[in-house]
Design a protein around this ligand. Structure first.
Ligand SMILES: Nc1nc2c(ncn2[C@@H]2O[C@H](COP(=O)(O)OP(=O)(O)OP(=O)(O)O)[C@@H](O)[C@H]2O)c(=O)[nH]1
Length: 819
């Protein structure tokens, strides 16, 4: 009937399908390349710039915006820190208080979990959920980032494979069916060439795989694949070579053998319109043996192979489906839904409608999905006449076009669609990852800014206050030292002046005069008291210094309060004034052995250290000169009085003998007469004694005067001794070299000690200030770096989101594919 030969679908459809397929393929390849570049960039960013965090989302019920459901976001390395967020339509995250997106009905319920980039962090058994979660929380950021990196690397490797799969143009069409149904005739018709042997007797027992000769270096040939060998056209040890012309003989030869064989047939110069050379996919046709009890299993197994894209099942219109055909179809349709049924020898049928009805009814039972699409998938043809070019065979052409479309559609469904689904899931995962990390980066920017707002003004204040603090410390030190030195000078000069005139200092008292017989002891005690007076003055000056230094320490402490920022630990040193003017001595243990490192502080200043004047043996020595200071008198009148005590002492010996008398003389009248006067007096005396009269009365007079003078001197001793000793002490302490001079040495020492304490306190404060400033500087620098890094990450993750969006748009994901 003519209607059955009418084209079911326009032939142009095949080209449309092909174009659509090519576009789909190209878009996918581009999307794969872009996705791969995004993944590689995330890996480098994770490695070099930012430890990418792995988000975990939990669903929360939301009433206001069902399509942007509320989730709680936490991170694998910090599961306890939870933030409420909303999941956008493309699995991007935003804070739950952000403006809610328009709810649209088309948005499918979104998964909060990762599809491709999911990390299996749940360690331990399900029964020990607590242990597992605690294990997860123990995972560090870096180890999670490392796991993520591995997952990204695996995803890249996987999409590389997908790319190869998408670009792979080879497609296999297995032609099988009942014995003698006309499979070989159909294959020949599709190839536009008589290649397969056609016989009324069942003949084909081998699988003949027909390829384009370009796959074999443009050489037509038959490769008989050796049993068990992994076929490789480039390795002739895996096959036996034969000529195309011998194909019929080879197949005939194998008819007699039991086992099925695989023949690879390479054909050149094919018709441009043949199924094999459509330009998009390299289809290879496989002519399988007719189904019988022996071959059905092998064929079913063959059909199941991954690379078989379409199974063309040939059934004879005369016989309908045989039992073995039904068995095969049943199995195949369960495993592969892509069955293409050619009802051959349709020309032989007289009641075509009836035949069609019966066959379709059978198909409905065997493969409902094929039946549903029977307009495209079930074709009634006459292959024998199609081989004959002279005859028009619309049904065959239509079948061929439908088969070509079907191969492409199937490829699209079996190869492109899964890749598209995978890419969509992967892009969704990337978006989720990027938007979660963007939120983290935003939070870190905010935190860094808050830190900066706190630390920067403190640092600025410290910077501007540094010079002031330095000046303050210097002036405290200088003022302190100046004050102590001035005070010490005054105390010591006064004391020296007082002692010099024979008066003791402070509360010290001179001993009472014990009488002439104990004059020596008296002189010794006076000397001791006067020396102790000077020591007391030193102690007083030291006490003054202690007070001044204490004030200085308090001032330094106040400077610290003023300049050190809050939170910086203040000096915990406690100033002990009594430890001033003390020395640290290496102590000895109770057993008399030296104790390593054990120090003993000896308090009490120069006095306590046993270096006071009263403790110096050379100063304690009482001499005759302490009683009658002839020497002093001599130099008072003949010298400049400023000679060193050593010089004075050396001359003292020579003069000591005459000194007593002369000294006594000089003291007559309580005032100095002078040597010249004495000599003149002596001359006059000799003149006087040479006179007879004078000699008579003068001697008793002189004797009386001398006795009077001696008595006077003796009576004066209680007050003259302190004066003499005081003067002698003054001269001896003043006579030292500048550096060792008692007064200046003590002033310098007291000043030094004050400086030492104040400098130590200043140093402590300076160190604290420097440390605090360094720390604030570091804090500011860290916060600035964190802000910069987080800002960069924020922008970077936003750009990843955009890139993902662009990939989706360019790949036209989400549109209903034409193929
Ligand atoms: N009238 C008619 N005869 C056909 C048609 N197709 C095939 N034949 C004939 O049917 C016989 C068997 O054809 P083959 O192509 O050898 O069948 P086959 O399915 O390959 O056979 P085996 O491989 O042995 O199973 C041949 O004599 C063909 O000429 C057709 O469409 N119409």
């Amino acid at each position: 009937m003519s209607q059955t030969y009418m084209p079911i679908r326009p032939v142009a459809k095949a080209e449309d399908v092909q174009d659509a397929y090519n576009q789909h393929k190209d878009r996918l390849v581009n999307a794969i390349d872009s996705t791969k570049s995004i993944l590689s960039d995330i890996r480098s960013f994770n490695k070099d710039d930012w430890v990418v965090r792995y988000p975990q989302l939990k669903e929360e019920p939301s009433t206001t915006a069902p399509n942007t459901p509320l989730r709680s976001l936490s991170f694998a390395d910090d599961p306890s820190n939870v933030t409420p967020v909303r999941l956008g339509p493309t699995r991007s995250l935003s804070y739950s208080d952000a403006k809610e997106e328009e709810a649209t009905d088309e948005i499918p319920p979104l998964s909060s979990d990762f599809h491709v980039l999911r990390l299996d962090l749940k360690l331990g058994s399900a029964s020990s959920a607590n242990t597992a979660s605690s294990l997860v929380s123990q995972l560090e950021k870096s180890s999670i980032a490392h796991l993520l990196d591995e997952r990204l690397a695996n995803s890249i490797a996987h999409i590389d494979k997908l790319r190869l799969r998408v670009q792979d143009t080879s497609s296999k069409v297995l032609v099988t069916g009942d014995l003698n149904a006309g499979k070989s005739t159909l294959v020949n018709a599709l190839l536009r060439r008589q290649i397969m042997p056609v016989d009324q007797q069942p003949c084909t027992t081998a699988f003949c795989e027909v390829h384009d000769a370009t796959e074999n270096g443009d050489v037509e040939a038959v490769h008989i694949v050796k049993a068990g060998a992994a076929y490789d056209p480039a390795d002739d040890s895996t096959f036996t070579l034969a000529a195309i012309e011998d194909l019929e003989d080879i197949i005939a030869e194998y008819e007699t053998k039991d086992a099925e064989h695989l023949l690879k047939v390479y054909l050149a110069g094919k018709d441009q319109n043949s199924l094999l050379s459509n330009g998009t996919v390299n289809i290879s046709l496989i002519d399988a043996p007719g189904l019988n009890r022996d071959s059905i299993k092998t064929t079913a197994l063959f059909a199941r192979q991954e690379e078989i894209d379409v199974v063309v099942f040939v059934v004879s219109a005369e016989n309908h489906f045989t039992l073995s055909a039904k068995e095969f179809l049943w199995t195949a349709s369960n495993e592969k839904a892509y069955l293409f049924i050619v009802v051959n020898k349709y020309d032989m049928i007289r009641n075509k409608d009836k035949c069609k009805r019966i066959v379709l009814e059978q198909i409905k039972g065997l493969s409902p999905r094929t039946w549903e699409d029977s307009n495209d998938l079930v074709h009634f043809v006459d292959s024998a006449s199609a081989v004959n070019d002279d005859k028009e065979s619309f049904a065959f052409d239509e079948m061929e076009a439908a088969l070509r479309s079907f191969v492409l559609t199937k490829r699209s469904k079996s190869k492109l669609q899964p890749v598209e689904t995978f890419l969509l899931n992967l892009l969704g995962d990337i978006e989720l990852l990027a938007s979660a990390n963007k939120l983290v980066a935003e939070a870190e920017v905010a935190q860094a800014r808050a830190e900066l707002a706190e630390a920067k003004p403190v640092l600025e204040k410290m910077k501007s206050g540094r010079d002031k603090l330095e000046e303050g410390l210097e002036s405290v030190e200088e003022e302190g030292v100046g004050k102590t030195s001035t005070k010490a000078k005054k105390v010591l000069s006064d004391a020296l002046e007082q002692v010099g005139s024979g008066r003791p200092f402070g509360s010290l008292q001179l001993p009472s005069y014990p009488g002439l017989l104990s004059v020596w002891d008296y002189a010794r005690d006076v000397r001791r008291i006067l020396l102790e007076s000077l020591d007391l003055a030193v102690k007083l000056a030291e006490d003054e210094a202690r007070t001044v230094t204490s004030d200085g320490v308090v001032q330094i402490k106040n400077l610290g309060e003023e300049h050190l920022p809050a939170g910086v630990e203040r000096s915990r040193r406690i100033f002990m004034p009594e430890a001033m003017f003390s020395a640290v001595r290496r102590g000895k243990g109770s057993n008399g052995l030296k104790t390593r490192g054990k120090a003993v502080v000896v308090a009490g200043g120069a006095h306590g250290l046993g270096i006071g004047l009263a403790s110096r043996p050379e100063m304690q020595e009482t001499t005759f000169l302490d009683l009658f200071d002839v020497n002093h008198q001599f130099f008072l009148h003949f010298g400049d009085g400023s000679k060193s005590s050593s010089e004075a002492d050396s001359t003292a010996g020579a003069l000591s003998v005459v000194g007593v008398g002369v000294g006594a003389l000089t003291m007559v009248g309580g005032q100095a007469v002078g040597v010249r006067g004495v000599i003149e007096g002596m001359v006059r005396l000799s003149d006087f004694f040479s006179n007879e009269n004078a000699r008579k009365w003068a001697l008793p007079v002189v004797g009386a005067v001398t006795i009077g003078a001696v008595v006077y001197v003796i009576l004066e001793l209680p007050s003259s001794i302190p004066r003499t000793i005081g003067r002698r002490i003054k001269v001896s302490v003043e006579a030292e070299e500048d550096d060792h001079q008692w007064e200046s040495e003590n002033i310098a020492r007291i000043g030094r000690e004050t400086r030492k304490v104040l400098r130590l306190a200043s140093w402590d404060l300076r160190e604290r200030f420097r440390g605090a400033m360094e720390e604030r500087g570091k804090e500011v620098k860290n916060a600035e770096e964190n802000e910069k890094r987080a800002l960069k990450a924020q922008e970077w993750f936003a750009s990843v989101g955009e890139r993902v969006g662009n990939v989706r748009v360019n790949a036209r994901f989400g549109e209903v594919s034409a193929v």
